[in-house]
Design a protein around this ligand. Sequence first.
Ligand code: SF4
Ligand code: SF4
Length: 77
Amino acid sequence: MTITITPTQAPVRVDEGKCIADKGCTVCVDVCPLDVLAIDLVKGKAYMKYDECWYCLPCEKDCPTDALTVDIPYLLR
Ligand code: SF4
Ligand code: SF4
């Protein structure tokens, strides 16, 4: 088994291949109570604008294309 050590990264990852923000979707931005997500208007994809998160998960659950993954820190699981 390979052990992967990843550098510090934003807790929310967006699979840009799946994100349909370029077709007008803003669901994750709308449901986030912290307003930390945003749409990159140049790319037409959602991204984490502010590196803060409550790990409440509506963004991940409500995304219509399963493009969004929230990495919950080990200690919070
Ligand atoms: S809800 Fe999903 S598809 Fe819609 S903008 Fe957010 S990441 Fe993209
Ligand atoms: S888990 Fe909650 S706070 Fe974090 S980005 Fe998603 S909706 Fe916002």
